[in-house]
Design a protein around this ligand. Structure first.
Ligand code: THU
Length: 130
């Protein structure tokens, strides 16, 4: 867990930039690339609601668009007692781009939990199904 502290801290910082005026549910994510670089992301909402992008996907798209391929771990931070796991859409993309990585969930009180993607997404549709 110790090596994941920097990742949780990056997710905490990313959460500061959450744009969540509709839900007031502020989320931060951070993704560590195999290069060692860490990419933060926050949720970004908009008036249509449906075009909202989750923090996890913002982090993934930032990293991919910077040329990163291959990731070690992702962290998700919210200010809730019950930790927040990635939504279904994010699980699909975390699986595709990161594979069976550890997913570190944390809140602002220091509660953490680590899950593997294969637990969160046990029977995936992916390129092997095409
Ligand atoms: N949200 C995330 O950013 N990540 C999650 O893992 C769960 C949900 C966002 C989407 C929306 O802006 C708000 O949280 C409420 O669903």
């Amino acid at each position: 867990m110790i090596e994941h502290e920097a990742l949780v801290e990056a997710a905490r910082q990313a959460r500061e930039n959450a744009h969540a005026p509709y839900s007031n549910f502020r989320v931060g994510a951070a993704l560590r690339a195999t290069s060692g670089r860490i990419f933060g992301g926050s949720n970004v909402e908009n008036a249509t609601y449906g075009l909202t992008v989750c923090a996890e996907r913002v982090a993934i798209f930032k990293a991919m668009s910077e040329g990163e391929r291959g990731f070690d771990a992702i962290a998700v931070v919210t200010d809730t007692d019950a930790l927040t796991p990635p939504c279904g859409a994010c699980r699909q993309l975390i699986w595709e781009f990161c594979g069976d990585v550890p997913v570190i969930l944390a809140n602002l009180k220091g509660k953490t939990e680590m899950l593997q993607m294969r637990e969160l997404f046990p029977k995936p549709f992916d390129s092997r199904n095409l």
